[in-house]
Structure formats: C-alpha cells, structure tokens
Design a binder for this molecule. Structure first.
Ligand SMILES: CC(C)(COP(=O)(O)OP(=O)(O)OC[C@H]1O[C@@H](n2cnc3c(N)ncnc32)[C@H](O)[C@@H]1OP(=O)(O)O)[C@@H](O)C(=O)NCCC(=O)NCCS
Length: 152
C-alpha cells in the first residue's frame, strides 16, 4: 500500500535515481538534495510502496501576498510508475498537511513546455498566474501556477 512519509536520509539514493531518470542533467544532484534537507523552512515527502520510493516532493515555506504559503520546488514520480495517481496522492497529502499548519496557498513554477506536469497541476486545481520569461538557464519560460486550498 502506498504511504506518504517524511523524506529521510535513507531515501536519498532512490530520490536521486528518480530525479536523474525524470530530469536528466536538469535533475537535482545529491549535494543539492542533502542541502535542501538542512535548510530552514524546507522539507520533503516521499511516496513509498513496499519499501520502495515511487515519488518525491520538495517544498519550501514562503511568505507571499496571501501570508504563509508552500512553494512546490520539485516533484517527480519514478519512471514507469506515472499516471497511476501517485503524485496526486502526494500533493493531496501536502494539501492536508498545509491545512493542518494553517497554510492555504500553494504555488510553483513549471517549464512552459512540460505539458504532462501542466496538465497534472491543472487537474489538481492549479491556475496560471503569470509567465516568467527566460526563467530557466536555457531560456525557457516558466509558468507560475497556484492554488488556494479550501478551508474545511
Ligand atoms: C508530473 C508528474 C509528477 C505527475 O506524476 P504522476 O504520478 O504521473 O501523476 P498522477 O498519476 O497522479 O496524475 C496523472 C495526471 O497527470 C498527467 N500526466 C502525468 N504524467 C503523464 C504522462 N506521462 N503523460 C500524460 N499525462 C500525464 C495526466 O494529466 C494525468 O491526469 P489524468 O489521469 O486525468 O489523465 C510526473 O509525470 C513526473 O514525474 N514528470 C517528470 C518530472 C516533472 O516534470 N515534474 C514536474 C516539475 S515542475
């Protein structure tokens, strides 16, 4: 059964592998991932099934126009396990976690040509806020998308 857990050092190798599979040279490297875990207001969750990591999400707590919010920095599902609802479960968990902490706004940047991810975020209720021109190192634009979480 799929479980969502806090990201711990024991998950590191599998997370690096997923990152490399899904993002290639653009993927976060081991050092950066380790640093993430040390930073204040940064945290991550993994989706685990039968002891195997199938997806991860890295998040940073920020302060925006709507008060404290969560910025989704990086999310990926293991190659071969996409389209089974795993990232949906992970993001749904994050939304619950946010609510529990009194946070009701999520936002992220996504590469303009990453259609799978954009469709995924739209399905999750994210809306386009604006475009950041030439945001990525290769000149690609970023879409800034966000979602207000409904209070119970
Ligand atoms: C985006 C991503 C995290 C979605 O994870 P996932 O576990 O496959 O997502 P889910 O199964 O929960 O959701 C599937 C939805 O996302 C979209 N989607 C995800 N992967 C897709 C794919 N390979 N092809 C087409 N649509 C895809 C579909 O719209 C689908 O919705 P539907 O079932 O209603 O058609 C995953 O595709 C991934 O790891 N991509 C590479 C890394 C990446 O680009 N991350 C985002 C960086 S901003």
């Amino acid at each position: 059964m799929l479980k969502i857990e806090k990201f711990l050092p024991q998950h590191l190798d599998e997370v690096i592998e997923i990152s490399a599979e899904q993002f290639g040279v653009h993927g976060w490297q081991a050092d950066l991932i380790k640093e993430e875990l040390q930073k204040e207001n940064h945290f991550a969750f993994v989706a685990v099934d039968g002891g195997k990591v199938l997806a991860f999400v890295f998040v940073m707590k920020t302060f925006g126009e709507k008060g404290e919010d969560f910025n989704i920095l990086n999310i990926a599902t293991k190659k071969g396990f996409e389209n089974r609802g795993i990232a949906t479960k992970l993001l749904s968990f994050l939304e619950q976690y946010a609510k529990t902490g009194g946070i009701f706004h999520l936002w992220l940047e996504v590469r303009e040509n990453n259609q799978n991810a954009i469709t995924f975020y739209k399905n999750m209720g994210f809306k386009l806020d604006y475009v950041r021109k030439n945001y990525y190192a290769n000149g690609d634009n970023a879409l800034v998308m966000s979602k207000d979480i409904v209070k119970d």
